[in-house]
Write a protein that binds this ligand. Structure first.
Ligand SMILES: CC(C)(COP(=O)(O)OP(=O)(O)OC[C@H]1O[C@@H](n2cnc3c(N)ncnc32)[C@H](O)[C@@H]1OP(=O)(O)O)[C@@H](O)C(=O)NCCC(=O)NCCS
Length: 321
């Protein structure tokens, strides 16, 4: 028997307001045609003032708990992956803990931007396997709209807000269910290619997203294909064994190019970028929840998660649902 972190439930939450490319084009010099052709994005959800990273995360967490058949009091660990916390401190995870009514437990945030959910899953997996917690809520939640420069058409059209959550529970298993392997990477020498030009210890302001789009694109395809190869190699499997890939939803062209590099058919890839745009740390759990709820991802499926983001950071996980 092996103690593993098993996926018990998923949930997600999106802000009420949905904004189309055409609506954005009324505000900045862009067009539906340009955005769809370069990115595959058609819509994004944008948080209203009463919707925050914490409230969206708590809503997603409640859904995931319900799907898992657990109560907030069962949870021993809450991790929120975010680059847009409600406050500089305390951690948004503690806010979520309070909002869902979870008593004393471990709660902290992980900052790895778009790869944050993969980092959080990997940390939760380790903590579950070593016995620090039996049930964990792992959440990716963002309100990127608050850190976008709405006059910069090269970035503001790409991002959206939302949250996704999973419940991971410890089980002693004899089969190959659960999280089988994770791989994480970071190369800080590329930090100026995708960053926010503010922060508490530098400018004392929140700042705005800045990006060298072409460079990010090039690194993303190379790094994601490599890390998928690594994580599959760790468990002795190949691309043909994968039932579903749930990629970070930054850009359809990055997702297509990565799948092609690995020889993965497009109908095995979960796509939500058209509806949600890039929701950073929320994109993978949001897409995962969608595919679980519509019945595509079923018990027994081999699922691979991957993401790349500012830092650069990137990572992948392979799990049997
Ligand atoms: C951002 C991205 C879509 C831009 O596509 P691209 O083909 O590289 O386009 P470029 O940046 O070279 O710009 C091409 C032209 O479109 C223009 N343009 C940029 N944004 C535009 C917009 N929203 N609407 C219309 N035109 C736009 C540019 O000004 C440029 O015009 P010019 O040729 O007159 O100078 C693409 O680089 C990309 O997806 N990169 C990865 C971004 C990403 O996913 N980041 C998050 C990772 S976590």
């Amino acid at each position: 028997m092996t103690r593993r972190a098993i996926l018990k439930g998923t949930g997600s939450a999106l802000p009420r307001k949905r904004v189309s490319n055409a609506e954005l084009a009324e505000r900045v010099d862009t067009s539906d045609e340009w955005i769809v052709e370069r990115t595959g994005i058609r819509f994004r959800h944008i948080a209203e003032p009463d919707e925050t990273t914490g409230t969206l995360a708590a809503a997603a967490a409640k859904e995931a708990l319900m799907a898992a058949g657990l109560e907030a009091s069962d949870i021993g660990l809450v991790i929120v992956a975010t680059a847009t916390p409600d406050n500089t401190f305390p951690a948004t995870a503690t806010k979520v803990q309070a909002l869902i009514g979870a008593p004393d437990c471990i709660a902290f945030d992980v900052a790895a931007v778009c790869s944050g959910f993969l980092y959080a899953v990997s940390v939760a997996d380790s903590m579950i396997r070593t016995g620090a917690a039996d049930h964990a809520l792992v959440i990716g939640s963002e309100t990127f709209s608050r850190i976008l420069d709405w006059d910069d058409r090269t970035t503001c059209v790409l991002f959206g807000d939302g949250a996704g959550a999973v419940v991971l529970s410890a089980e002693d298993v004899e089969d190959d269910r659960g999280i089988l392997a994770t791989r994480l990477h970071a190369e800080g020498q590329y930090s100026d290619m995708l960053y926010v030009d503010g922060g508490p210890s530098t400018t004392g302001t929140v700042g705005h997203v800045r990006m060298q789009g072409r460079e990010v694109f090039r690194h993303a395809v190379t790094n994601l294909a490599a890390v998928l190869g690594e994580v599959l190699g760790d468990v002795g499997l190949s691309a043909s064994d994968i039932d579903w890939v749930v990629p970070h939803q930054a850009n359809k062209r990055i997702i297509d190019a990565t799948a092609k590099k690995l020889g993965l058919p497009a109908d095995r890839v979960v796509l939500t970028v058209d509806q949600h745009a890039n929701t950073s740390a929320a994109s993978v759990p949001l897409a995962l929840d969608l595919a679980v709820r519509d019945g595509r991802i079923k018990r027994g499926d081999l699922v691979v998660l991957e993401a790349m983001g500012g830092g650069f950071t990137w990572g992948a996980a392979v799990l049997r649902v």
